[in-house]
Ligand binder design. Sequence first.
Ligand code: NDP
Length: 419
Amino acid sequence: MGKALIIGCGGVAGVVIHKCCQNSDVFEEIMIASRTKSKCDAIKEQLEGRTPTKIRTAKVDADNVDELCALIDEYKPDIVMNIALPYQDLTIMDACLKCGVNYMDTANYEPEDTDDPAWRAIYEKRCREAGFTAYFDYSWQWAYKEKFEKAGLTALLGSGFDPGVTQAYCAYAQKHLFDQIDTIDILDCNGGEHGYPFATNFNPEINLREVSAPGSYWEDGHWVEIPAMSIKREYDFDQVGRKDMYLLHHEEIESLAKNIPNVKRIRFFMTFGQSYLTHMKCLENVGMLSTTPIEFEGHQIVPIQFLKALLPDPATLGPRTKGKTNIGCIFTGKKDGKEKTAYIYNVCDHEACYREVGSQAISYTTGVPAMIGAAMLMTGKWSKPGVYTVEEFDPDPYMEALNKWGLPWQVNGNPVLVD
Ligand code: NDP
């Protein structure tokens, strides 16, 4: 059917590449392009001969629009899949617009340098007006909506698990299960054990920035912000068991608040073990999570980037991780005039993911929906010019594809609610 240019070759991209190669009818050809070309070549070597998909590789600096355009013009893909970092979202979107090609990613934009005065002025205004202080938000990418509309191109934002699948669950609940959704609780549980005292399951810099930030939720038309990790609940997850979970700010709350009509409250909870939280607090207290460069023995170093170099690479956790993830959404609302609740969720086994694609379940649960999102655009199942999040499209083909490609979901019509 077509060609995809995959940018990035880290933990999540490894799964995306395997899954595209399993879905060769749609992904006849792929190009893997990243900062470190040797990683792209290694995965090409591993898969070539085991898939009909033709694989090419290239080196690219995705911060550089001209370099991206030269690659896109030469390869002529049907879609560019941004599986690099949120820092590159805007440059890759710019290159897609210049070259006339569809775009998708798995996480909304945030700047690498949060001390940049131009960015900071806009950020501080947004904090005051919107009422939440996370470094990432959709405003930067939503600002491209008209440009993509005019160009007749589609940008699909945030097609991982959360964001991504969680929004497909919301669109499905809205379409099939409820007349009115009143509340949504997104529950992200990782019951996996990797045996390290401290490691992150995806890019450490992005992960630690996210979880050390103040939490927030949407209620009655506005944001409520709370100190980091200050709302804790315990929940008994199917196939995982009882876990402590904490309320976090998460990007899909922002788009769901716009797109689920009259929703009263949206919260996001993620499970963390005590060891993770103790390590994170200590690292934060000594300044290791800071994004502001410091002078060290004549060099400028960014503490969180130095920490990333010390921590295990999430792409190497696969062979060590045992246990399951359980991620889903609990809904309350009304159907046919009656009160109703529903819980849509997926359970994913770390070891089964490793056997299939050589990665742990966090990369797997992100990489599979990234492949599916791209396939939705490539097959024309989802097609409208502009910039959209997952819940703005028909959930049915996406939900069907989740069952087919390794992330089957189930619906519990009588879940225990979170107080
Ligand atoms: P990794 O750090 O493992 O991989 C990132 C890749 O991007 C690396 O290959 C890196 O190159 C490459 N890269 C970074 N900067 C550039 C650049 N300037 N030009 C070209 N390539 C670049 O991250 P993950 O795979 O863990 O995460 C990938 C994305 O997935 C992130 O945006 C993350 O936020 C998102 N994510 C989304 C989730 C969801 O559910 N929606 C869940 C988990 C992650 P190099 O190899 O040289 O370092």
